[in-house]
Design a protein around this ligand. Structure first.
Ligand code: F6P
Length: 353
């Protein structure tokens, strides 16, 4: 008989509740363990707050909403100050008499929890989540697939309005350090340019691409997807660094492009923001959430701790958490097949400066 804790940490994403559902179901049905939800990640742990979780405890009229519900019923925090409170958090873990903790987080949260677990000699199993998909050693993290679908849908919508007005639409998407979201959704949503942190680009090349579409295929609209963390092009016409900070990269390159053209160009910036993190999880995210939740519980049953469950070649496998963290964040490989694919179908993905 074991008592396990589960928490969600870092930015929310679709699929977290599906993981919680899978963990509770497998732990209760297969092992008959007690499962305690820890609200608001390390903050809840520090305050020794727990939510008893059981089969069907969130059912509404007999329907279990967790599989299809976005966000996290446990709440989460996105701040990294917990090491300063390490001693108190460690004491709380032991006071709660947990045998193990399942932590669902991105690289930042998992790094903090891993250090705390080492410091406090506690047992941790990690599950990767982040719409940025930048956790190493796993092909997918929870939330990524849904976010790609959300952005793709937004690009479809924006294409209709851009086409109607002969406009260039610059769409800023999330991705602080890596461009997986922009690359995947940009290809799926039919973008003309995809700008990511890993590959430098040129305003002149973007403008030439827009002009080519006009001259060659008589298309007067274009869709440009830019990851939030993409660096500004250094060439002129430049906008000052302060304005980049104030307006964000989407608006910044919108200004650069409009200054580059000698004649007037109709161009707008659109920032998708947190809409990318909300929503109902996709079937692929629910499936992976269920498989990850099951695998995490089995690792605890086998007493194999300090590992993260990872998706590799269509299977869930455990990988050492330390190794994952030493390879984070996972960047887009500029030589990857997807970058090559995007270029092969005529998308400008940067370089050629
Ligand atoms: O979920 C990951 C992420 O999307 C990053 O790309 C982004 O910079 C960050 O979350 C923003 O999070 P918040 O505004 O909630 O702090």
């Amino acid at each position: 008989q074991k008592r396990i804790g589960i928490l969600t940490s870092g930015g929310d994403c679709p699929g977290l509740n599906a993981v919680i559902r899978a963990v509770v179901s497998h732990a209760r049905l297969t092992y008959n363990w007690e499962v305690l939800g820890i609200p608001y990640a390390t903050q809840g742990l520090l305050e020794r707050q727990t939510i008893p979780l059981d089969l069907h405890c969130f059912d509404l009229g007999g329907i279990d909403p967790l599989l299809s519900m976005g966000g996290t019923i446990l709440g989460t925090i996105n701040k990294g100050d917990t090491l300063a409170r390490a001693t108190a958090i460690v004491a709380s873990y032991h006071a709660l008499a947990l045998n193990a903790l399942i932590a669902i987080g991105g690289d930042g949260s998992l790094a903090i929890l891993h250090r705390l677990a080492r410091l406090g000699n506690w047992n941790i199993v990690a599950i990767p989540k982040t719409i940025d998909n930048d956790v190493a050693l796993t092909e997918r993290a929870i939330g990524f697939d849904t976010a790609v679908n959300t952005i793709t849908d937004a690009l479809n919508r924006l294409t209709f309005t851009a086409a109607s007005h002969d406009r260039v639409m610059v769409v800023e998407v999330m991705g602080r350090t890596s461009g997986h979201l922009a690359l995947h959704a940009g290809i799926a949503g039919g973008a003309d340019c995809i700008l990511i942190p890993e590959i430098s680009y040129s305003i002149a090349k973007i403008c030439k691409h827009i002009q080519d579409l006009r001259d060659r295929v008589h298309r007067r609209f274009a869709i440009i997807v830019v990851a939030k963390g993409a660096k500004p092009a250094t060439e002129t016409p430049s906008c000052d660094a302060a304005s980049l900070k104030d307006c964000g990269i989407g608006q910044y390159i919108t200004t650069q492009i409009s200054r580059y053209f000698t004649e007037h160009i109709d161009i707008r910036a659109s920032v998708l923001g947190h809409i990318q993190r909300g929503g109902i999880p996709s079937a692929a995210d629910r499936l992976m959430a269920t498989a990850f939740g099951k695998a995490a519980v089995d690792l605890i049953a086998q007493e194999r701790y300090d590992r993260m469950v990872a998706w590799q070649n269509g299977q869930v496998i455990p990988v050492p958490l330390q190794e994952v963290l030493s390879h984070c964040p996972l960047f887009v490989n500029p030589q990857s097949y997807l970058v090559e694919t995007a270029r092969a179908v005529g998308v400008y993905v940067g370089n050629f400066t």
